[in-house]
Design a protein around this ligand. Sequence first.
Ligand SMILES: Nc1nc2c(ncn2[C@@H]2O[C@H](COP(=O)(O)OP(=O)(O)OP(=O)(O)O)[C@@H](O)[C@H]2O)c(=O)[nH]1
Ligand SMILES: [Zn+2]
Length: 222
Amino acid sequence: MKTDKAIEAIGDNHVSTSATTPLRKDAFILTDKEKIASIREDIKHIMETLGLDLTDDSLKGTPQRVAKMFVNEIFSGLHPERKPDASTFSNNYKYGEMLVEKNITLYSTCEHHLLPIVGRAHVAYISNGTVVGLSKMNRIVDYYAKRPQVQERLTMQIVQDLQIVLGTKDVACVIDAKHLCVNSRGIRDIESSTVTSEFGGKFKENAVRREFLDYIKLDTTF
Ligand SMILES: Nc1nc2c(ncn2[C@@H]2O[C@H](COP(=O)(O)OP(=O)(O)OP(=O)(O)O)[C@@H](O)[C@H]2O)c(=O)[nH]1
Ligand SMILES: [Zn+2]
């Protein structure tokens, strides 16, 4: 994929918006294999600087494991080729009410500390003729979550993507998540979680927004 095209695609909105993940111009020059090899050396350097003996049986595979995990798993959503194919259907059954996909499991990574964000996303839309497969909403959440993120941007990216897929502004997302950078270090507040929301189109109307929030009744037991 040509670099410019790929950078455009990573915003996944075909135009760059305030919610586009900031990427370097040369973000796609290296192959995944080359990225893994390079990150492996960086992790090795960090561990050795910390004083760890990488000849130890348990530690010696860690740089390669971490590098693979970064590229293929927790940051795999940085590559537009990994974007899920969101198959749509026409709304033949003329369902005209809100559809809510709630309690979508969310694992992401805080871009300030590279620590986990763990929580739930709730996504809703009102069809204007197009319907998306249910699992595709979970997949879109997962794709954008697999990047270094701030929760605000993640919430907006999910909504903006689904607005394009569905051809309507009437899309909303609420995320309730725990940031381990807040829970496990720093202020070490294990109880607090962060709620973000983005309401597009009809979801800006009080009654519609209320209906969505009533369906999801924020459950904070994660
Ligand atoms: N707005 C926003 N802030 C976040 C998110 N994830 C982490 N943060 C915050 O980013 C901030 C970074 O602040 P800094 O002062 O640079 O970092 P720090 O010294 O490690 O701060 P403490 O976490 O307070 O110890 C912290 O307040 C984090 O809680 C997020 O998704 N959205
Ligand atoms: Zn953080």
